[in-house]
Design a protein around this ligand. Structure first.
Ligand SMILES: *Cc1c(COP(=O)(O)O)cnc(C)c1O
Length: 348
């Protein structure tokens, strides 16, 4: 192993967390079975807990949020139809056109007039039925919204979006990879958010700190079909209780600390806003988007890394820093000045 002199604070994503010693212990001690053959007890326990918290009939454990999103779309759409979602959705930007390749569905990217997708944007995108136009088959929502800087869509707006989808008579899928953060930031119950959708995906490998995993939750019949989709996509997992134990541990021990990440992100945002002309989108949750006055993201990322803080490039003039379990506020307080320095040096 190489030994670096500078202490490194990794703010590239909340996915970089490593399982804590206690989480690893919970994994090591998990009661397991063959979940493809006849069931894994720890996985059942996780699924029951998630269904209960989200207020859905059933939840199903998946190896990734991407597979859960794709399965939800695969079972609720038909080829040759169109999926309405905001243009910056994870499903469009980061799932390598899975909906086209796997589901035969076309995406209809809807551009939000403001920073987040609203019911008015969706309404404006609806076209009159025509023999020439693709039929809509689903609306996908994302809360919190990664591309919008971890922005929360508050419950009334989410309900309004769903109401528009209902006028189209199509199901709603909620990409809730960070729904935990939306609930923590607003005090809105997870179940109230989840009730806005037919299916909901929640992730364990972001703020909750588990190594992998997500659940898809919804009505029992839809989740039974998603189980077949998971099998077809190669997502059957055998002693999955080892992973489910990590997710359970995250729910039991890391959910309550998410407000600390939100505080850390707000602290970081205040510290770097305006430095070198950079403009920060004040975060609702744990993601800080920093807009640069010049397209110099590569240089900012490189300079920050040299000074001991890793962040990620979002696009040429935007960088992202994310607060998480392994980046507590005191570590951020200690190293954030280096990020400010990198911005000042590159942008001066
Ligand atoms: C991370 C993420 C996903 C995908 O989850 P994976 O487990 O990494 O596949 C989906 N949607 C959003 C908004 C995410 O942030």
């Amino acid at each position: 192993m190489t030994h670096s002199a500078a202490p490194v604070l990794d703010l590239r994503s909340d996915t970089v967390t490593r399982p804590t010693a206690a989480m690893r212990r919970a994994m090591a001690e998990a009661e397991v079975g063959d979940d493809v053959l006849d069931g894994d007890p720890t996985t059942r326990r996780l699924e029951a807990m998630v269904a209960e918290r989200l207020g859905t009939e059933r939840a199903l454990f998946f190896p990734s949020g991407t597979m859960a999103n794709q399965s939800a779309i695969w079972v609720q759409t038909t080829p040759g139809t169109e999926l309405l979602l905001d243009a910056d959705a994870h499903i469009i930007q980061w799932e390598i056109a899975g909906v086209a390749a796997l589901c035969g569905v076309q995406v209809r990217p809807v551009h939000a007039a403001g920073s987040v997708f609203r019911a008015a944007d969706l309404t404006a995108a609806i076209r009159s039925p025509s023999v020439h136009a693709p039929e809509p088959s689903m609306v996908c929502l994302e809360n919190t919204h990664n591309g919008a800087g971890g922005a929360v869509t508050p419950l009334p707006e989410l309900r309004a979006l769903t109401a528009v989808a209902r006028t189209l008579g199509v199901p709603v899928h909620l990409d809730g990879a960070r729904l935990w953060n939306a609930a923590a930031a607003t005090g809105t119950a997870l179940a109230d958010f989840a009730a806005c959708a037919d299916t909901v995906m929640v992730s364990f490998s972001k703020g909750l700190g588990a190594p992998v995993g997500a659940c898809l939750a919804g009505p029992a019949d839809v989740i039974a079909r998603a189980h077949r989709a998971r099998k077809r996509f190669g997502g059957g997992m055998r002693q999955s209780g080892i992973l489910a134990a990590a997710a359970l541990h995250g729910l039991e021990h890391h959910l309550d600390r998410l407000p600390q990440d939100h505080e850390a992100a707000a602290y970081l945002a205040r510290l770097v806003d305006g430095v070198g002309g950079a403009k920060v989108v004040m975060p609702d949750t744990n993601i800080v988007m920093i807009d640069l006055p010049q397209p110099r993201a590569d240089e900012v990322v490189a300079r920050a890394a040299a000074l001991g803080v890793r962040i990620s490039k979002w696009h040429a003039s935007r960088v992202r820093a994310v607060a998480h379990l392994d980046a507590p506020i005191d570590a951020i307080a200690a190293h954030a000045p280096s990020l400010a320095r990198a911005l000042a040096e590159v942008l001066s």
